[in-house]
Design a protein around this ligand. Structure first.
Ligand code: ADP
Length: 211
């Protein structure tokens, strides 16, 4: 695409919720449905070489349960997603971007304004104790260094409350669907699919009209 042509915004579904709410689990499943591309910032960070400058920065912040600085996060993510678009892994004309773990504060939401258009926000909710219990289990299963201590887990929960939750106020309320994250995985998935189905059908009709 040349610089002068208007850039279409990525049509985007935000998966929103505290650590341990199940965003990653659901995001991975949704990403297997044709027409949806799942992108998790945490996974992108974890794929960095930990010896590199970027990798060390991630480890430093995530190890304390803090957010990685905004400019750095957004720059890295933009490079990543544009790379995926270039190699045709992500096809924005026929696919929704399913964003998991981004934006994580209002500054990030503003920095993304010129690249994403939010079509829906899926907010997975559960009591804090339930999510903490899941993170403790995940620490054992997935060897996540940032799940290993209760101090870091609590810090991430605080960061969600103070920094991430205000992101919801930025977008129109009608975009937000709240889902009980303690339901069975298949039921949570069913509730998400109910939101996504009409959006995808609309996208398909638009595409057929303008191939
Ligand atoms: P969880 O949702 O369980 O906290 P993630 O894999 O989404 O797990 O994130 C792990 C860590 O990666 C975060 O604690 C944070 O340090 C970093 N991170 C992920 N996404 C972002 C983001 N959008 N902005 C800044 N830091 C991020």
């Amino acid at each position: 695409m040349s610089d002068s042509s208007p850039r279409r915004l990525y049509r985007t579904i935000l998966l929103f919720g505290a650590p341990g709410s199940g965003k990653g689990t659901q995001g991975k499943i949704i990403g297997t449905i044709p027409g949806f591309y799942h992108s998790a910032t945490g996974d992108i960070f974890r794929s960095l070489d930990l010896q590199s400058e970027m990798g060390r920065k991630f480890q430093e912040y995530a190890g304390r349960g803090e957010l990685v600085p905004d400019e750095f996060t957004i720059r890295l993510w933009r490079q990543y997603i544009q790379g995926m678009e270039l190699i045709n892994q992500f096809r924005p004309t026929t696919e929704f971007l399913v964003l998991d773990g981004l934006p994580r504060n209002p500054t990030q939401a503003h920095l993304l304004e010129d690249i994403i258009e939010v079509s829906a926000i899926i907010y997975l909710r559960a009591e804090k104790a339930k999510m903490v219990e899941r993170l403790r289990r995940r620490a054992l299963k997935e060897n996540r260094f940032d799940d290993a201590s209760d101090v870091v887990i609590n810090k991430r929960m605080d960061v969600f409350e103070k920094e991430t939750r205000p992101v919801l106020d930025i977008y129109p309320k009608k975009l937000v669907t709240r889902i009980d994250a303690t339901l069975s995985q298949i039921r949570v998935l069913g509730e998400i699919v109910k939101v996504l189905t009409p959006l995808k059908e609309t996208m398909d009709r638009e595409y057929e009209g303008h191939p």
